[in-house]
Design a protein around this ligand. Structure first.
Ligand code: SF4
Length: 403
């Protein structure tokens, strides 16, 4: 096992390294090896902060754990998240592994080949594409193609000519494109709004990374949850760790939503995202997730979020998908990512250093709401939530129910 295996523990080579090492996970757990603590941290950070980066390192993105502990923490994290017995927890864990992996891939790609060293191994895009059987399905756009020069949609030449050293665009075959992307990410992801040629779809480099993030998430999600008999074997050994994670989850959702919608008090990060969407610009998946988690976190229903975002680039279908995903069937809410995570994504600019005031946008908003003299809830304003209330009243009347 090497540092690259630890960096990308879901790659086939890393899984083989674990198998070859013939390490017994039950023995590791029984011995309370460092990999177990790191596995618990991995799940906790995934559920709380949307990342699996360790906080043990001297610098962001560094880990104080050695290669073996880092690598083996991944199968242990998968066991822990299985034992949480919560589908949304599994979804969030897989999403956090994928988001962290793509951050690392992005950094690797930005590292000049000549600067790569053995101590900090990096992957190349070709290697990542091959890992997900996309080597033949994704082709860099040739330098100087008509689309690169601003030509009309559908006039590109995928696969022809020679690619630039660091192409800004790629062509991905329609099948993998449809499998790895979702129209719920925004109108620009719909096939009808895409340049298409020879059965391939044109994507920017950043959009290709979004698709790769979906591929990683799919890989991590595979096989979860494990079927483990509660109270026996490794499940029994991990009982305390699982109980800690469940307690953290319940503490985090204990306070419940603030249940006041006052857009003028939203934190700057959320206002910026809303204004971006109002300019009809697409939000990236992390941006859209952060905004939806915030709006659900302040107590808005999916209908209210759809109405609130009616004049933006966010479409109703995508909003419903994301807002319903953010609540499990027991109503547990998953909080928006922390300020630190949003800063890593470039979503937070920490105006006037207000990160000192709260650790996440929801906490910051709650403080502003508590400090405000008088608030008229957006849902009670004319033209605000009135349409939602009207729709809900209509539904109630039709169903013959009374409120
Ligand atoms: S510090 Fe937190 S609340 Fe403020 S803009 Fe950044 S992410 Fe949002």
């Amino acid at each position: 096992m090497d540092a690259l295996d630890a960096k990308y523990p879901f790659f086939a080579a890393a899984r083989e390294a674990v198998a070859d090492a013939a390490v017994s996970l039950p023995e590791l757990v029984a011995a309370d090896a460092p990999a177990v603590e790191r596995g618990r941290e991995r799940v906790e950070r995934a559920l709380m902060d949307g990342t699996v980066e360790s906080e043990s390192g001297a610098f962001p993105g560094e880990s104080a754990y050695d290669v073996q502990a880092e690598l083996l923490s991944y199968p242990i994290a998968r066991i822990l998240v299985s034992l949480l017995d919560s589908e949304p927890a599994i979804e969030k864990y897989a999403a956090a592994e994928a988001a962290t992996a793509v951050d690392r891939i992005r950094d690797d790609l930005a590292t000049d080949g000549e600067l790569r060293s053995v101590s900090t191994p990096t992957v190349a895009l070709d290697g990542v594409l091959a890992e997900f059987d996309l080597a033949d399905a994704v082709r860099p756009e040739p330098a100087g193609s008509r689309l690169e020069a601003g030509g009309a949609a559908g006039t590109g030449t995928p696969g022809a000519g020679s690619p630039g050293r660091d192409p800004a665009h790629y062509w991905i075959d329609a099948g993998p494109y449809l499998r790895l992307t979702s129209p719920s990410w925004g109108p620009s992801w719909r096939l009808v709004n895409r340049a298409l040629a020879d059965g391939a779809v044109r994507v920017s480099r950043e959009e290709l990374l979004d698709a790769l993030e979906a591929a990683v998430e799919e890989r991590v999600r595979e096989g979860l949850p494990f079927e483990l008999a509660a109270g026996e074997g490794i499940a029994a050994e991990l009982e305390d760790g699982v109980a800690d994670l469940k307690r953290l989850l319940s503490e985090r959702s204990y306070t419940g939503p603030v249940d006041v919608v006052a857009p003028e008090l939203f934190p700057p990060c959320m206002t910026n995202l809303i204004e971006k969407a109002e300019r009809d610009a697409d939000l990236s998946p992390p941006e859209s997730f952060a905004l939806m988690a915030f709006l659900v976190g302040i107590g808005m229903t999916p209908d209210e979020v759809v109405t609130f975002c009616a004049d933006t680039s966010l479409d109703a279908e995508g909003i419903r998908y994301q807002t319903e995903y953010l609540k499990d069937d027991r109503g547990t809410q998953y909080p928006p990512p922390t300020c630190e995570t949003l800063a890593n994504y470039g979503i937070c600019h920490n105006e006037e250093d207000h990160m000192q005031v709260a650790a996440d946008p929801l906490a910051y908003y709650e403080k502003r709401v508590a400090a405000a003299d008088e608030i008229i809830d957006w849902r009670d304003r004319e033209g605000g939530g009135e349409e939602v209330k009207g729709a809900e009243a209509g539904e109630t009347a039709e169903s013959g129910e009374t409120k």
